[in-house]
Design a protein around this ligand. Sequence first.
Ligand code: FE2
Ligand code: FE2
Length: 287
Amino acid sequence: MLLSREEMTFDWRGARLHPGRDRALLGWVMNQFLYGEVTGIQCGHWLYAAPDLDAARFFARQAVEEFQHVDNFLRILDLLGEKPAAPHALVRFLSTGMMPATFEEHVCLEMAMGEGFVLMALYGVIDTIDHEGIREILLRAARQEERHVDFGERRTALAVRGRPALRRRLLGLSLVSTWAVRRLGRFLQRKLPRDHPVLARLPEFLEFALDCGQLRQRRMGLVEGSVADLSPWRKAAAIAAAYGTSLAALPLRLLPRRRLTDTHLRDREVARTDEEQSGDGPLHIVR
Ligand SMILES: [Fe+2]
Ligand SMILES: [Fe+2]
């Protein structure tokens, strides 16, 4: 990943979450994660739209992993003695309401940025929970989430290197999701008890997570300086560009799209040059 575990680790200064005392709060948190994992069904959509074999393979494996995570969160709810429940409206909006239109938007917004935020929330629970069994389940899930974030980062960086014009659009869209994360933070601040050692640090944690998100945007090559230094006008222009292009591109999206079944013979993994083919390839077996 472009950010290390250390860079994404927030200093909770010893604050802890207790499965007994904080049962209802932990139940609420796990239900937000549970909903996020069920959005793994969207891997099916991205598998069908995959531009190459590398991406298709990744989405197929990711779907399996996200449904393992569904089981993980059901198991944790069981351990807590809490029931599965509906997510908060903003979590729903962030995970399904903003479903992007293109592969590039998906890898940037949902995988690098979105799963990046989810990963930091997982680290937050892992670092504070007083329950070895729950921590172990979350550690295993976090390792797989790290791979999802890594794929999103790599493919975003590759996409903007190939098409620099994509930058402004991806930046505009990510400013909107940052706004939604901030709104969710404000909701949490208003609704949750302030005298709790972990919850009291939540506003700081959120700022930290948003800073990490901006660092990620910079390292993927989306922005050169700091996003915080962009003038409100430039931010507004990026958002307008993001949504303006969506409308302008609508006729193109209505055209039948070329899928991997049309293009696989040109795929990097299929159309290898003679030198790329190893000595023990299938041709040699025929001979
Ligand atoms: Fe997951
Ligand atoms: Fe994931």
